[in-house]
Design a protein. Structure first.
Length: 216
């Protein structure tokens, strides 16, 4: 994937968006994604070192409250005892823990903290992807994988801070995390939904709920 191809929608209609210190960012004219220059993507060791700094206790009330912003919207849309996947669960899978406590079955997958390849061989009624999509080096491949993992009639919940005013981008706290390499707008996520024939809604700030048509 070159810097001149959008890693989200694979369009070649991209242009240099901003240079912030030593980091170059590009934007796609088609889906409006902003993404880091491909040669500047962090390596695996650098990513892991940054992730290890996070203190994500699955029983911390503040962390649970943050993730419940998505879970409270997703849960009413699910059948009883639905099976789910916490994709990119990190070292403290709080959302999965909450879902299990409420009677759902949830598998875990994270390339660093839960590299359970078997979890990627099943389909699920729902998938949660909270504070993960901004880390994707190859979003097109990741969303293709999520489509394959999602059962017809299933739901995918994505939480990530949406990019808004361009004038704020250089100072934006979300951009300053060295492992955040791709940034989405609502239009970006609508284009992803169109690609897979999903429906999408934005019920709350920085949250997208995708529904894959089909029988439950």
């Amino acid at each position: 994937m070159s810097a001149r191809t959008c890693p989200v929608c694979c369009s070649g209609q991209v242009y240099h968006f901003q240079q912030v210190e030593d980091r170059g960012y590009w934007r796609c004219r088609d889906c409006l994604a902003v993404f880091l220059e491909v040669e500047q993507l962090p390596d695996l060791a650098s990513e892991r070192a940054e992730y290890d700094k996070h203190q994500n206790d699955p029983y911390d009330p503040g962390y649970r409250g943050f993730l419940s912003r998505l879970w409270e919207l997703l849960k009413p849309r699910l059948p009883d005892r639905a099976s789910g996947l916490d994709y990119g669960c990190g070292p403290g899978p709080a959302l999965a823990t909450m879902a299990v406590e409420q009677g759902f079955e949830v598998a875990l997958y994270d390339p660093y903290y839960a590299p359970n390849a078997a979890a990627l061989t099943h389909q699920y009624d729902f998938i949660t992807c909270t504070e993960v999509a901004e880390h994707f080096h190859d979003p097109a491949s990741e969303f293709e994988k999520l489509d394959q993992l999602l059962r017809p009639g299933g739901w995918l919940g994505v939480m990530t801070e949406f990019q808004t005013e361009d004038s704020r981008f250089a100072r934006w706290h979300y951009r300053r995390d060295p492992t955040h390499v791709v940034f989405y707008r609502e239009e970006t996520l609508r284009r992803i939904a169109e690609r897979y024939g999903w429906q999408v809604e934005f019920p709350r700030k920085d949250i997208a709920l995708f529904h894959k048509p089909g029988s439950k």
